[in-house]
Design a protein around this ligand. Structure first.
Ligand SMILES: NC(=O)C1=CN([C@@H]2O[C@H](COP(=O)(O)OP(=O)(O)OC[C@H]3O[C@@H](n4cnc5c(N)ncnc54)[C@H](OP(=O)(O)O)[C@@H]3O)[C@@H](O)[C@H]2O)[C@@H](O)CC1
Ligand SMILES: [K+]
Length: 449
C-alpha cells in the first residue's frame, strides 16, 4: 500500500494488456488479494471484516483477501449476490471454506471490503444490490474499495451507479483515471497503490512534487525569472496574478497597466506595446482582469506577436484563436467552460479532452477544476487530484496564472512549468485550510515553495 504520487495512470485496456504481458494472472490475483488483506488487517485492529464479492476477478481478489484474513486469524465473513463467473474467481471462491452470505441478508461488519466490481464494470449495478451495498457501508466504520469503488467507470471518471463514499481505495497494479477524475474520484476516498510489479509504461502520470529551479549563488533577479503581467479592465485580478508570480519565486515581476499600491516589490508601468520587447522577459501572463473589449484584443495580439513565452488565462482565452500558429511556448489555463468555448463540447474524458486540445492548439493545457489535467502536445499528461474544495473562489485562477508565469520564466519547459504551478497552487490551498481568500493563497505560495 503505497502513495500514488508520480505513478503511471492506466486505462482498463492498457491494464489488461499489462496483465496479459505478465502472463500469470493467478499469481497477480494472489498478490492483489494478499495486498488487500494486509491493508485491511493494518486498519481493522481486531474488528470483523465483511468482504463483498462480485462475479468477476474483482470478486476473485475479494475471495483471496478473505482467505488470507482467515489464515491470519482475523475475523472475516463473505457475502455475494451471484456466483463467480471467471475461472480465476471460481478458483479463488473454491479456496474459501466458510459460508457465503447472500448480499440481501448479509449482516454488517465494522470493516467493509468492496470487491463487487472493478475494471470490468460494464453497466449500472442492480438497484437492489446497490441498496444493500449502501446499507452495509452505512453500518461500517471503514469501507475499503478493491481497485475501484463499485459503480464507477475506470477510464473517464463517470459514475454509473452512485457507490457509498469509500474511505480508502486500493488501486491494483496501477492508478486508473477514475481514481483522480471527478465525479468518480470523490467516492474513492484516499487512494493507495498495491504494487503488483507490472511496471506498466504510460505517458500519463499522477502529479508529484516537482523539481523546482531554486536560486544559487550566481542567480540574479532576471535569471531567476522575469514575468510581465498584462493588465486590463480589472487591474485587481492582474495584480493578484503579479503577486502570485512573485510569491511563486519570480525574481522580477512587471505589472503593465493601471493600479497602484503595495507590494513595493511589484514594478508597475503603464501598458505599452514596446514593454514586451524586453528580452529579459521570461514569461508574459495575459488574461486575468484583461476584459474582452478592443483594448483587450489589441493587448492579446501584441502579446502573441511578442515571441515571449506565454501564459494565456481568463478573458484572453475568450479572445484567442485556438488554431492560429504559435510563435512561442504557450500555456493555456482553461476551466471546463473555456475548454468548451475554445475547442467545442465533448463527452470524452477530461484527460482525452486536455490531450486533444493541447495537440490541436500546439500548447500545454492546464484544464482546471477539482481535478486538474495538464497535457502537452506530445500526449504527456499529468493529473492533480484532491484539490481543496475551498479553491472554488474568485481570484484563485488568477493566482494559478501568476504562479505558472513564474515557473515558465524560471526556465522550466512549459509542461514542467505548468505541472509545478498546479502542484504549488494545490499545496498552498491545503496550507490555507478552510474559507480562505485568493490573497491568502498568494501568501501561502511562498510557504510551500
Ligand atoms: N489487471 C490486473 O492486472 C489485475 C486485475 N485484477 C482484478 O480484476 C478486476 C477486473 O476483473 P474483471 O475483468 O473480471 O472485471 P470485474 O470488474 O470483476 O467484473 C466483471 C464481471 O462483472 C460483470 N458485470 C459488469 N458490470 C456488471 C453489473 N453492473 N452488474 C452485474 N454484472 C456486471 C461482467 O460480466 P458481463 O455481464 O459484463 O459480461 C463480468 O462478469 C480488476 O478490477 C482487479 O480487481 C487482479 O485480480 C489482478 C491484477
Ligand atoms: K470494487
Amino acid at each position: 500500500m503505497i502513495p500514488i504520487d508520480g505513478h503511471p495512470i492506466l486505462t482498463a485496456a492498457t491494464m489488461r494488456a499489462a496483465e496479459q504481458a505478465h502472463g500469470n494472472l493467478s499469481a497477480l490475483m494472489a498478490q492483489a488479494g494478499a495486498g488487500v488483506a494486509t491493508a485491511a488487517r493494518r486498519l481493522a485492529g481486531a474488528s470483523e471484516v465483511l468482504v463483498l464479492c462480485g462475479p468477476g476477478n474483482n470478486g476473485g481478489d475479494g475471495y483471496v483477501a478473505a482467505v488470507e484474513l482467515h489464515v491470519a486469524g482475523h475475523p472475516v465473513r463473505v457475502a455475494a449476490a451471484t456466483e463467480p463467473r471467471t475461472d480465476l474467481a471460481r478458483a479463488a471462491r473454491a479456496r474459501w471454506t466458510g459460508p457465503v452470505e447472500p448480499l440481501a441478508t448479509a449482516r454488517p461488519a465494522p470493516i467493509l471490503i468492496d470487491a463487487l466490481f472493478g475494471t470490468g464494470l460494464s453497466r449500472p449495478l442492480d438497484a437492489v444490490h446497490a441498496m444493500h451495498f449502501h446499507r452495509l457501508a452505512a453500518a461500517a466504520r471503514l469501507t475499503i474499495a478493491v481497485d475501484l469503488p463499485s459503480g464507477v467507470t475506470t477510464d473517464d471518471g463517470r459514475v454509473l451507479t452512485e457507490p457509498p463514499r469509500c474511505h480508502l481505495t486500493l488501486a491494483l497494479g496501477a492508478v486508473k483515471p477514475s481514481h483522480l477524475l471527478q465525479p468518480a474520484a470523490r467516492y474513492a476516498g484516499h487512494v493507495r497503490l498495491i504494487d503488483l510489479g507490472l511496471s506498466p509504461a504510460s505517458v500519463a502520470t499522477v502529479i508529484a512534487r516537482p523539481a523546482f529551479r531554486d536560486p544559487g549563488p550566481d542567480t540574479h533577479k532576471y535569471s531567476r525569472g522575469m514575468v510581465a503581467l498584462v493588465g486590463g479592465a480589472m487591474p485587481g485580478a492582474s495584480e493578484l496574478a503579479s503577486i502570485a508570480a512573485l510569491r511563486a519565486g519570480a525574481g522580477y515581476v512587471l505589472h503593465l497597466g493601471d493600479g497602484t499600491g503595495p507590494p513595493h516589490a511589484l514594478v508597475r508601468r503603464p501598458w505599452s506595446a514596446g514593454a514586451l520587447t524586453d528580452p529579459r522577459i521570461g514569461a508574459v501572463v495575459i488574461g486575468p482582469g484583461l476584459g474582452r473589449d478592443d483594448t483587450a484584443r489589441d493587448r492579446l495580439a501584441t502579446a502573441l506577436a511578442s515571441g515571449r513565452p506565454l501564459v494565456i488565462d481568463g478573458d484572453a482565452l475568450h479572445l484567442l484563436d485556438a488554431d492560429a500558429p504559435r510563435s512561442a511556448q504557450t500555456i493555456l489555463t482553461p476551466h471546463a467552460g473555456e475548454i468548451d468555448a475554445l475547442f467545442g463540447k465533448s463527452t470524452a474524458s477530461k484527460i482525452d479532452r486536455a490531450r486533444v486540445a493541447a495537440a490541436r492548439a500546439d500548447v500545454v493545457v492546464i484544464f482546471k477544476g477539482p481535478d486538474t489535467v495538464i497535457a502537452a502536445p506530445d500526449s504527456r499528461v499529468t493529473v492533480s487530484a484532491d484539490a481543496s474544495d475551498w479553491l472554488s473562489a474568485a481570484g484563485t485562477g488568477d493566482v494559478l496564472a501568476g504562479a505558472t508565469g513564474a515557473m515558465l520564466a524560471s526556465g522550466l519547459p512549459p509542461f514542467e512549468a505548468a505541472t509545478a504551478a498546479v502542484w504549488l497552487h494545490r499545496e498552498a490551498a491545503r496550507l490555507c485550510g478552510r474559507s480562505f481568500i485568493a490573497d491568502d493563497l498568494v501568501g501561502a505560495l511562498s510557504r510551500v515553495r
